[in-house]
Design a protein around this ligand. Sequence first.
Ligand code: HEM
Length: 458
Amino acid sequence: SPLNKIPGPWYAKFTSLVLKWHEFRANRTRYIHRLHLEYGQAVRIAPDEVAFASATAVKEIYCSGGSGYDKTNFYDLFKVYGKRTMFTTLNKDDHAKRKRVIADRYANTNIVRPQSLNGIAERATNFVMRCYESVGGSLDLYVYLHAYAFDCVTHHLFHPYGTNSLLDAHDEAVMREVTFDDSLQNRLVAYYWPTIHKVFGQILSLFAKPRETPLADSFVLDTSAKTGAAPFTLLDRLHGSSSQLDQLDIAAECLDHMVAGIDTTGDALCFLMWELSQPASMHYQRKLQQELRANPTASFDKLPFLDAVVMEGLRCFPAIPMSLPRHVPSGGRTIDTFYLPEGTEVSCQAYSVHRVDRSVFPDPDAFKPDRWLEPKGDAERKRLFFAFATGGRGCVGKHLALAEMKMLLQSVYSRFTTLPDATMKPIDLEMSDQLISSRPQAQKCRLRFVPLEPANGK
Ligand code: HEM
């Protein structure tokens, strides 16, 4: 095999079992990262699978021809109501057709419309209310950040039919159902051994829970059938004449975006606020508070240190840190000097792309927002920033996610100091891999919120 030339552990030439073992133990990302540290930026991780971590590989796999190589059938696991969505289409043409309909709803010009931003600001205010209520005790940030992300994304999809899970128990139950899902092992069996999954599915579900989200499913089926959504929403576009989607396709697309918008933004904020609350990062928290309080009326996208904090948060703790698998196209390709035959599975994972090249990210495991403020190396850092992936299949919700993250941090850190609650252990925030996203292992994150003195004594 031409892949024999690619460095990697000896057993990867013969079996994918070791890789699968780590996947089942929710530890794929760290395992592959260890291999990168040992073998370099190109590693053979299974007989027909290679992981890369260089900027040239990212460009080739995810950007060549605009949207890079086609996705693998791994993405079948994410089909919704049995339908393919923009995210789960495998080939370029189907994807481009769907994206043409959807993309403008996620353009920054649409995100910064007053009706869109006011909805996010309102949710950030609800979050701050929760923080005030917790003063003297602690708040489980994990739950409320996911509620915030849920409310923001449903605002963008469905306004005026968005959720209010920060204040409403029924909506919170919908969010919990999606967020506290525990179906990793069951879905991995479905992917790797579909026949076994079909035949022994009932027995398997006694040991490994299947994914079941009845509340979310029926919320989206009902809501996406409604008319009268605001012009900035995705629902408005999907019901428009240009979309030509039937009702079930519309519901599937909406559910996919809703799920894509909850855990990603919720987990990214959770890891970031936990880090900002650690003694080693307290000086960054203070610097952020100073910037926010010195510029109380500044827009969230005009604050350089806030931007640096968010970029560094997403670099250190990308909510999707895992491999984004693609197939080498017909005829084979050469990546980083290695020839790969057609059909080889190739991928990059943000966790490693953000760490392996120490000339671009020195001291890569340390949280250092200031690195994003240095003009030197700016282009190289941006080239290796892979939290939202890149190319035509990169995250369509990026501008929405950044607006949500920045507006929440602005609301919180202009009013509070956050500190870890004594009940928390460092292991609680260890990364636990799911299918492509990673979440804090304990699925809780208790912080204490200490109100700041009013600015200027007011
Ligand atoms: C911090 C938050 C977020 C992160 C880190 C993130 C990251 C990503 C990444 C890495 C991908 C590429 C996945 C792949 O190729 O397998 C992606 C795709 C996608 N994201 Fe996000 N995302 C975030 C928030 C959101 C939000 C708020 C939405 C809103 C609806 C969203 C919707 C999507 C969709 C629909 C796709 C598929 C795009 C396509 O295939 O064309 N994401 N995201």
